[in-house]
Design a protein around this ligand. Structure first.
Ligand code: SF4
Length: 895
């Protein structure tokens, strides 16, 4: 440690810190305008000047590192005079009117603290106002040229939206492409607003809404990255959302959804009272009536058809505690294992494939490993749009020198940063990944230490002989040399970290695709090490937690097999658990169509809009005697087939925990009271359990009590208490209260006598093949501004960036079919047809299409097939053979 003397007092500090870092948040802190913890210091504003004994001139505290024995003075008369002079110069240009209207920003606060109010004499320049963006107000007459907006866009978001134009007095900051902010490359993450100290960039909601009275730290409600944020509220409204600067996952950054996607909480069409359908009408009813109704109808169904005619669907948008209650309800109240969640339609193949090969169905490493990896391979995922904070961290790693391999049929934005981009034909991941493994063996690039631990190594090599890059190049549509280059990079530039998404899992061989990635990681020794691993990017905020809590027919809390752990849970719950295998969501739909499944309780999941093959999904839902929909809005599931609607709380209206993609448990905290009569998911289910005579098993007073029961049945989470989560999240396994949590799994994988099995995955082409009638392959997925069914993002102001679904089409296909940009097309598959707007782009290859699925106007899943993953029945959303016909620009989408 270093010894310093600061203003005459002794201080110790760690070497390597800057003086500003040592001073921060202490009584000796100095003012700054150009510094932000998230940015490289530049010493530009000259306010953090300090004197160091022995040096003739003051130095900037932000750019000067401490040295042992340094004597620092922070507020001498001369230093304060320099600061006052500097502020005076800035005040001279700052608009007087803006200062009078709102002087709460950092710059105005500093002006006041130096008594310089009267020196604020600048005038406004209306020509410097840019009001084009739906969420961000720009008034560059308030700019003090600290360049924090320019720098944070580059250094945190990995983008270059802002630029300083001209020099000296003429300097002005505007979008780099010379347009307004709305038309620029801005992705609306709000980082520039968050760092701006002068009010030049401000959230419009801050201008429009009341001053917040409270601020609560919680977790984002969208993707599985799990960003932490501060929610500022005023009574019952969310006023604004800001990133938590010291959050381990997002480190002071958010994407557009986390920052601006919160207007849904107070949306006017939110349903806040229970309702029961009578004919085509919904009737509002009391909670007492609704709970009695649900309890009686469930009981009647069980009495008539047996417990296995009933199913429960947990939710990726519900907390761990609520999902725990959902699966306990299914097993203890109903007496069935028919319980599932939306992991079924996304990463169930990941959980199955990784568990089979590694013993744990979750990410092996942490997001912090991104900065340690020499190579990053992103396979079938689009993190710049769907997990933007991860995407931005990957881009920053590449800018620092890491290599990036992108495997994706589309030219996603990350491909612009990639060393190699492989664009396999949809449905050909298996031969491609096998060919990479083939190259690794062929060229002797495998990890020799790993080889010592792998069983039947020669058998695996023999199996791969059919998968040389040359042999698969035509099938995959990828040049053989490119496959070899990717294999070499991944195997030699180590550590290599793999991320994968639904482009791997949502296939006939989704589980096997994941196993191919594990094969690659194992043979190259890229597992159990920092900067390596196999890491699924989980789609929704708590989808990892939802399944892990037991919302899966075959597993119980902690992701343990039902068959092996049933007796332990029966003892813990003091209730019998059925040994009959349960149905997953897709099988529930099949059984409903066959008339064998009669009642479903769906928590926070719009099955109708998001399940594949809409026609059969709706037929199944409509055949039910009872469909309980528990949600915030009248979803398509409720509208088209619901019997009862139970109004749930949003994540800012309740307490609990979420589990992110890297196994991190984080606290979700209530920021506002529930809207209207809405209730938390766990309260509703516990009340129905009580009405069905099982109150003693569901006598919980709050979320923490449920969590403590979870800990009692989940040994790997036993050490994670709410008290410990006050200081940030913890990654399981964390078996004891003094355990620090686990950032990297399988560290022991290549140790001692450990034996490892590779999987020989033979390629099975999907039945979804093109034909003369259906000559194109459609891929479905998400995009930056909308999230899944659009239930939440569709109600926020940024939805105007992508108000409707669109299909991306290659220029060659568009020209051949006579389709222009923005024209409507009719798409037909073997299962249904839709009308959708076309957008012509080189991001997709000729012969392939990509479309989003957020809107009920389009109902994209009318097109998708019934093909499913062979192991866990995850639908094959990523390959559908279709044909496209132009219908002209004037045809209504609803036609
Ligand atoms: Fe929320 Fe994901 Fe965006 Fe983070 S990256 S702010 S968790 S949507």
């Amino acid at each position: 440690m270093f010894q310093l003397i600061i203003n005459g007092r002794s201080r110790t500090c760690a070497p390597g810190q800057t003086i500003l870092e040592v001073l921060r948040d202490t009584a000796d802190d100095v003012p700054v305008l150009c510094a932000d913890r998230r940015l490289t210091p530049i010493g530009g504003c000259r306010l953090c000047l300090v004197e160091i004994k022995g040096q003739t001139r003051p130095v900037a505290a932000c750019t000067t590192s401490v040295a042992d024995g340094m004597e620092i003075s922070t507020h001498t008369v001369e230093i304060e005079r320099l600061r006052r002079t500097q502020l005076r110069l800035l005040a001279r240009d700052y608009p007087r009117q803006a200062f009078e209207d709102d002087s709460s920003n950092a710059f105005c606060t500093l002006i006041r603290s130096y008594g310089l109010e009267s020196e604020v004499i600048g005038t406004a320049h209306p020509e410097l106002i840019d009001d084009s963006h739906p969420c961000i107000h720009v008034d560059m007459s308030q700019c003090i040229h600290c360049f924090r907006c320019v720098r944070i866009c580059e250094e945190l978001a990995g983008r270059f939206v802002w630029r300083a134009w001209n020099r000296g007095d003429q300097t002005s900051i505007r979008p780099a492409d010379g347009t307004n902010l709305r038309d620029s490359d801005c992705v609306s993450c709000g980082a520039c607003v968050d760092t701006c100290p002068s009010g030049a960039l401000i959230d419009k909601r801050d201008l429009q809404l009341a001053v917040p009275t409270t601020e609560v730290r919680t977790v984002c409600a969208y993707c599985g990255t799990g960003c932490e944020l501060h929610v500022a509220t005023n009574q019952s409204s969310v006023i604004s959302v800001r990133p938590v600067v010291d959050a381990p996952v997002n480190k002071g950054h958010l994407c557009v959804k986390g920052r601006y996607g919160w207007e849904f909480v107070n949306a006017p069409d939110r349903i806040t009272e229970p309702m029961i359908r009578e004919g085509q009408q919904w009737q509002r009813v009391s909670w007492e009536h609704a709970i009695r109704f649900v309890a009686e109808r469930l009981q009647a169904t069980m009495d008539q058809w047996g417990p296995d005619a009933v199913g429960i669907l947990g939710s990726a948008r519900a907390t761990n505690e609520e999902n725990y209650i959902a699966q306990k309800f299914a097993r203890v109240v109903i007496g069935t294992n028919n319980v599932d969640c939306c992991a079924r339609v996304c990463h169930a193949p990941t959980a199955a494939g990784m568990k089979l090969m590694l013993g744990t169905g979750a990410a092996t490493n942490s997001f912090d490993d991104i900065e340690l990896a020499r190579t990053i391979m992103v396979c079938g995922a689009n993190p710049r749009e769907n997990h933007p904070i991860v995407g931005d961290r990957i881009v920053q790693a590449v800018r620092r020198g890491a290599d990036l391999i992108v495997i994706d049929p589309r030219r996603i934005e990350l491909a612009d940063h990639a060393t190699l981009h492989l664009q396999p034909r949809p449905g050909t991941n298996i031969p491609l990944l096998n060919a990479m493994a083939h190259t690794i063996f062929q060229e002797g690039l495998h990890d020799p230490a790993a080889a010592d631990h792998i069983d039947k190594w020669p058998d695996f090599q023999n199996f791969l002989s059919d998968y040389s890059p040359a042999a698969v190049a035509d099938v995959c549509g990828v040049d053989a040399e490119l496959i070899r280059a990717a294999a070499r990079l991944y195997a030699t530039q180590k550590p290599a970290m793999c991320f994968h998404g639904l482009g791997v899992t949502e296939h006939l061989q989704g589980t096997e695709g994941v196993m191919c990635l594990v094969n690659l990681a194992l043979i190259t020794g890229n597992i159990g090490r920092p900067g390596a691993g196999v890491n699924p990017l989980r789609g929704q905020n708590n989808v990892q937690g939802s399944a892990h809590m037991g919302c899966d027919p075959g597993i119980l809390t902690g992701s343990v097999p039902l068959a092996e752990h049933r007796a332990r849970f029966e003892a813990a719950w003091q209730a019998p658990i059925s040994s009959r295998p349960g149905l997953n969501l897709l099988k529930m739909m099949d059984a409903a169509e066959e008339g064998k499944f009669k009642a479903l309780w769906a928590v926070g999941y719009d099955i109708g809009l998001t399940n594949p093959n809409t026609e059969s999904t709706l037929a199944a839902l409509r055949s039910l005697d009872l469909l309980v929909v528990q949600d915030l809005f009248l979803t398509e599931t409720a509208r088209l087939a619901g019997t009862v609607f139970l109004p749930a709380c949003s994540s800012v209206e309740k307490d609990g925990t979420f589990m992110n993609s890297e196994r991190r448990i984080q606290r979700v905290r209530k920021a506002i009271e529930p809207r209207g009569e809405s209730r938390t998911d766990w309260e509703i289910m516990c009340q129905v359990a009580g009405a069905m005579g099982k109150a003693k098993h569901f006598a919980f007073q709050d979320a923490e009590e449920i969590w403590n029961e979870i800990r009692s049945v989940w040994p790997a989470g036993a050490g994670i208490t709410y008290a410990r989560l006050e200081n940030g999240g913890l990654q399981w396994p964390c078996p004891t209260e003094d355990h620090p949590g686990t950032t990297i799994l399988h560290k022991e994988i290549f140790a001692d006598q450990n034996r490892i099995k590779l999987r020989q995955i033979a390629f099975l082409p999907t039945p979804e093949q093109t034909s003369d009638e259906y000559p194109l392959l459609l891929i479905t997925g998400r995009a930056l501004y909308q999230f899944n069914a659009g239930t939440m993002t569709g109600r926020s102001s940024t939805a105007q960036f992508q108000p409707e679904d669109a299909v991306q089409m290659a220029p060659a296909d568009a020209e051949r079919l006579g389709i222009g940009e923005g024209e409507f097309v009719r798409i037909r598959s073997r299962y249904g047809e839709i009308a959708i707007k076309a957008t012509v782009t080189t991001a997709v290859k000729a012969g392939e299409l990509f479309a989003t699925f957020q809107s009920a106007d389009v109902f994209l899943n009318r097109l998708t097939s019934r093909t499913r993953d062979r192991f866990v029945q995850t639908p094959e959303y990523k390959v559908t053979a279709v044909r496209v016909d132009p219908v002209g620009s004037t045809v209504s989408i609803a036609e």
